[in-house]
Ligand binder design. Sequence first.
Ligand SMILES: [Zn+2]
Length: 232
Amino acid sequence: MNVAKNYIDDFLHLFFPHVCIGCGSDVLNNKDILCARCIDALPITGFISSANNPVEKIFIGRINVQHAGSAFYFTKDSVIQQAIIQLKYKGNQPAGIFLGKLLGHQLTQSERFDDADVIIPVPLNDKKFYKRGYNQAEVIAKGIASVWQRPVINNAVERILFTETQTHKNRIDRWETMEGMFTVTRPDAVAGKHILLVDDVITTGATLEACGQAILKIPDIKLSVATLAYTI
Ligand SMILES: [Zn+2]
């Protein structure tokens, strides 16, 4: 199994030369995408360990969230933006694993998320999934789970792909809330659990709100939210 894994690592290495995404330095630990200096310079929000942070405020009056937070600030032309572009548009899954681990370390260091049971990545619609070949939120979740030990459940929630007619009919409503964009397909897998819902970036929170709404319809459930980055 390790032989196969190393082979895959070597294969990925061909496409992603082992230099720091931030500064181009080749002084990197194995599988890291950033050098120690660029990791130290990342704009940490501190939200994961603090109550009433700006991400929690986004959800007030919208959905009932136990705790929420983002690991880093997302600013234009930042290293975080570069790394997320790599993950979303350049097929660089190791970048997502790496960033997920950094978020996972923050979760481990904060006690606030201790009673979460499982990790659920926000699902992509099938169209985007097949275009990209993977869901970036799933990759981030995998990175998180490698340091913050919780199971990742990928198939309990699905994103509904509207037909053209439905899109037209519901366009105005959906611009407002995105309500009804998600459905829980395996309620048995999540009932009674405290779920950590994970995504790459939070901006308005509309996607996370819509996904959270679907999850909160299941009885006896608690919801928390964590994202890699927060758009200022
Ligand atoms: Zn660097």
